[in-house]
Design a protein around this ligand. Structure first.
Ligand SMILES: [Zn+2]
Length: 186
């Protein structure tokens, strides 16, 4: 897979933290802009799995508009079929959230948190309306399985509310780690 990508890549644009396999300086600009935004919020990124920078590909045949492939606590690569500034912020949010994630974490958090980070960062809120229209405030997200992937994003609404009010985002992101309830009465 990597060899295939390398073969099609005719041009690599290197920015401070990313290697972009496309001649697209706008994409490079958005990636670095998002990166420094999250650093300014007190966050640390998960490292690239190989090399010292994050590989970013533009692949017209990718099944997703944007995707971040995650390895063992590290980032394999980011792939865009197409991108907007907001989508770039979403994928870079995955890079940072991975640092704070816990493997026992609930599924919905995987997309709700990066989506909330991107919404607050760019001021483009897509999901609060759906969250309220569909009355999701009455539905416990902890029970949502992988078949409800589309709903995970909508729970970015309440997460964004917290992020907007937090100076340091690390505290909010860490709060999503699932902890064992203390057994107080034994
Ligand atoms: Zn995502």
């Amino acid at each position: 897979m990597v060899a295939l990508f390398a073969a099609v890549a005719t041009y690599a644009l290197e920015s401070e933290h990313f290697v972009i396999y496309s001649d697209d300086s706008k994409l490079a600009e958005y990636l670095e802009e998002a990166y420094s935004f999250y650093v300014d919020k007190g966050l640390k990124p998960a490292p690239p799995c190989q090399e010292s920078k994050y590989p970013v590909y533009v692949d017209a045949s990718s099944p997703y508009a944007g995707s971040t492939e995650i390895g063992n606590r590290c980032i394999i690569r980011i792939v865009f079929r197409e991108y907007t500034r907001r989508l770039v912020y979403h994928e870079v949010a995955h890079v940072f959230f991975e640092y704070y994630k816990h493997y026992m974490q609930d599924l919905w958090v995987d997309e709700a948190v990066p989506e909330a980070m991107a919404s607050v960062a760019t001021g483009a809120y897509d999901f609060p309306k759906k969250y309220f229209q569909e009355r999701l405030h009455g539905v416990n997200p902890f029970a949502l399985g992988s078949d409800r992937l589309h709903d995970w994003y909508k729970y970015s609404a309440p997460v964004a509310w917290y992020l907007e009010r937090a100076g340091n985002w690390a505290d909010v992101l860490t709060a999503f780690r699932r902890v064992k309830a203390p057994r107080r009465f034994t």
